[in-house]
Design a protein around this ligand. Structure first.
Ligand code: NTF
Length: 801
């Protein structure tokens, strides 16, 4: 949109007056942020209204992306960027004596996701808006986000993440769009005079689902889509009938807090209630919209695509069946045909414990009508498939089995498309995790490699790099990220490579200042910034990284005269509160950091910075400063990874196992520009099949590894007597489930190579540049365009290849 600086300043000052009845000088940073937020809402208002109107008038097919997590990050700066107002506002504020960055960082970070899954959902929403796709997000408005992480004595302590404390300037409460979600009670089908059956309910526990809408601004295209998050409240009828405090608590609980686990979904009834709550409310609002508009819902599949982001929203399948049959009088056959055409499902992990299942008794008690429908889906599936695939396979794959409702199976059976998130992951779904269902529905399986929103992860997070890129290849890449590949032409441009180093140094200084203020650690900007940022999980193997730090520490102590480039090892990771082992590793890292950072013999050659409370905003600070991107999961375990792509796009080289999308990154940037190591997925599966992995052999045969491991229990690292022993035992007594010891040697080899190569800055920056140039293929825009073409069948702005 067009806005002059003068107009902006006038609007901003007026907004301050309206909101606070005082002068600018009397307002806080947060107050200024809020005023800006209101202003942006006003500037974007016409686009948002216009977009919704257009979708309705043109009767466009719409995508509804259902996800139990969304991690959008701060919105002020990204909305300004996308509206094309960032420079005007920044300059205008400067004229008023204000600093935009200080104001924008006063915005709280919505902590409404655990990690990759939620952030991916946010990146895809951004891309849908930017590609002009009629896309809607559907999720939960958690009162409290994932916990705020602090360290006390090196241990993780979880504090409430009260992100809504000061309200949320971006959302609109739309009570007129609320709907009722029913739990429990009894249900029966009563014959009607016209011969149909009507679902009758009694003694249900009713919850009022109230939507809060947030505008998702597309990149300079006048499109603003909607993210709809549902909040659980007492139904208005409670005013008349009265209610108990217990009932109110039971309702409040549903949207009170985000479940803090990602890969382990413990079978808790509350989680199931959350899942049905937002699935039901979302599907009800879709059907209401189309039911009203089309006088019936027969055309639904032409107008609606519902995407199931991991298994959590799988109940959209029986819920849509329920609405079509019970409220819109469709036959089972018609309802089922519509449902499977509308639904598509993405799987995000092969970790067995994350394939959600619910005990039938719990499920039946909470969702009696939905259970009846699942029983019928199960019955029909068995009836249709047993003659073809035999009883054994059908028993293994039916929605109901072993006393459980199996959500992933239900999702596959009720969708027309099932995708994994990187080629290796999709292959493993076909060969292992969902092998049997792949026999039944081979045509449904496809791969959609993940992508990242380059606007946030390059343009917003790394302005110095973005300007440098503009100066070389012009700004087209900002809309067409694939154009970054034209940067390859500058591989031998010595001046440009130096400028890249300078950009990196600037970003390292910014991160260094944060590390200094938060942790009191001084880091050198000429050090290698070696970064591992992701949830703390055994399979992600932060432990392997720890072993390298111990090795480096011992090496400096042994041979203080040997010259190696200084290193800063940077971690960001939250552990699920109930994940004891992961928390022990946090303690280990902090204890090691204490030892290393304070050892005068080490000086500034080696530093360890575990930055607490990692999230989107910290990612924006850390990623642009990284030299090395640690992507070191046990091959086969990381479905894709997305921090690998963000780090690559900011010129970090990957130190990576052949896992998830690492494989594709290595292929895209070229093997010589990354550092790969370790067992392949095939080798890991080989160990499983033969059952001949003996971790102790590696310990016995490698004296350096033995020495490193022994520091866990010999007092070298103070303060970890129980944690050290526990970790040591996990490796040697319980045989190292994630093959840390098997990969140690090749990992260390590559770390040494990195130290060697980093000293040749020209060579290093060539690798960095190769990564940036190849990163465009991992843009979320391209990924979302593929979903649109292959799965959702909706039009979008064309992208260059
Ligand atoms: C995560 N899965 C995977 O662990 C990552 O590899 C992947 O990049 C992201 O999804 C996005 O696809 C989950 O968070 C979950 F919940 F499935 F475990």
């Amino acid at each position: 949109m067009k806005l002059t600086q003068a107009q902006f300043k006038q609007d901003f000052l007026a907004e301050i007056k309206t909101l606070y009845a005082t002068d600018l000088s009397d307002t806080s940073k947060f107050g200024q942020f809020l005023a800006l937020g209101h202003l942006v809402r006003r500037y974007d208002g016409p686009n948002w209204t216009h977009t919704s109107d257009q979708y309705r008038e043109q009767d466009r097919k719409q995508v509804y992306y259902f996800s139990i997590e969304f991690l959008p990050g701060r919105l002020l700066k990204s909305n300004l960027l996308n509206l094309g107002l960032l420079d005007t506002v920044r300059q205008g504020l400067k004229d008023l004596g204000l600093d935009f960055d200080e104001i924008s960082t006063a915005e709280p970070d919505p902590g409404l996701g655990n990690g990759g899954l939620g952030r991916l959902a946010a990146c895809y929403m951004d891309s849908m808006a930017s590609l002009g796709i009629a896309g809607n997000g559907n999720g939960i408005r958690y009162r409290y986000g994932l916990f705020k992480q602090v360290f006390m004595d090196g241990y993780q302590v979880e504090l409430p993440d009260d992100w809504l404390r000061n309200g949320n300037v971006w959302e609109i409460r739309r009570e007129n769009k609320a709907c009722l979600v029913r739990f429990g009670g009894n249900v029966w089908m009563a014959p009607q005079p016209d011969g149909s059956l009507k679902a009758m309910y009694e003694n249900t526990d009713d919850v009022w689902a109230v939507p809060y809408d947030t505008g998702l601004v597309g990149y300079r295209n006048d499109v603003t889509n909607t993210l709809r998050l549902w909040s659980a409240e007492l139904p208005p009828s409670a005013d008349k009938t009265g209610f108990s405090q217990a009932r109110r608590d039971r309702i409040d609980e549903i949207t009170q807090v985000l479940y803090p686990d990602d890969s382990n979904s413990a079978g808790q009834a509350l989680r199931l209630r959350q899942e049905y709550f937002f699935s039901s409310a979302g599907v009800q609002s879709i059907v209401r919209h189309y039911g009203l508009r089309h006088q019936g819902v027969k055309a639904l599949a032409k107008k609606v695509a519902i995407h199931i982001n991991d298994t959590h929203p799988t109940l959209v399948i029986p819920e849509l069946m329920r609405l079509l049959m019970d409220e819109h009088h469709c036959s089972w056959e018609v309802a089922w045909a519509l449902t499977t055409q509308v639904m598509s499902y993405t799987n995000h992990t092969i970790m067995q414990e994350a394939l959600e299942t619910w005990p039938i008794d719990m499920f039946k008690g909470l969702l009696p009508r939905i259970y009846q429908i699942v029983v019928e889906i199960d019955r029909r599936y068995r009836e249709a498939q047993t003659p073809i695939f035999g009883e054994d396979l059908v028993n293994r794959t039916a929605p109901l089995g072993n006393g459980q409702v199996r959500m992933a199976f239900l999702a596959v059976i009720g969708s027309h498309s099932v995708n994994g998130v990187a080629p290796l992951h999709t292959q493993l779904l076909k060969e292992d995790v969902l092998r049997d269902l792949y026999q039944v529905y081979p045509e449904r399986f496809n791969n959609k490699t993940n992508g990242i929103a380059t606007r946030r992860w390059q343009q917003l997070a790394n302005e110095p790099l973005s300007s440098l890129i503009d100066s070389k290849i012009g700004p087209t890449w900002r809309r067409q990220p694939n154009q970054l590949k034209t940067l390859t032409a500058y591989q031998s441009d010595a001046k440009f490579l130096k400028q890249l180093t300078a950009v990196k140094t600037t970003n390292k200084a910014a991160l260094g200042a944060y590390i200094k203020s938060e942790l009191g650690i001084t880091v050198r900007t000429d050090a290698i910034f070696d970064v591992q940022i992701k949830r703390l999980h055994a399979y992600k193997r932060q432990l392997l990284h720890v072993f390298e730090i111990i090795r480096e520490y011992l090496a400096i102590k042994d041979e203080p005269k040997t010259v190696t480039p200084p290193r800063v090892h940077i971690f960001g990771a939250k552990a699920a509160p109930s994940y004891h082992y992961a928390k022990s590793i946090i303690k280990l890292i902090n204890a090691l950091a204490d030892l290393v950072n304070h050892d005068p013999a080490i000086g500034d050659r080696l530093k360890v910075a575990f930055i607490p409370n990692y999230g989107v905003s910290l990612g924006e600070l850390i990623i642009p400063a990284a030299d090395v991107s640690e992507q070191i999961s046990t091959a086969s375990k990381e479905a894709s990874g997305t921090s690998n792509m963000k780090l690559m796009a900011n010129g970090a080289v990957s130190l990576a196992t052949l896992d998830g999308a690492n494989i594709d990154i290595i292929e895209a940037a070229g093997e010589v520009n990354e550092y790969s190591f370790g067992l392949t997925a095939k080798a890991v599966y080989g160990y499983y099949e033969r059952g001949d992995y003996h971790a102790a052999d590696f310990y016995k045969s490698n004296p350096e590894l033995k020495r490193v491991l022994d520091t866990l229990i010999d007092g070298t690292i103070p303060g970890i007597s129980t944690e050290g022993q526990e970790i040591y035992d996990s490796l040697l007594r319980y045989n190292d489930e994630f093959f840390v010891l098997a990969d140690y040697e090749s990992y260390v080899q590559q770390q040494k190579q990195i130290s060697h190569d980093f000293q040749n800055q020209k060579l290093w920056q060539q690798k960095a540049l190769a990564n940036i140039a190849a990163s465009g293929v991992f843009s979320a825009d391209l990924a979302v365009a593929r979903y649109s073409d292959d799965i959702w069948q909706v039009p979008h702005t064309k992208l260059l290849n």
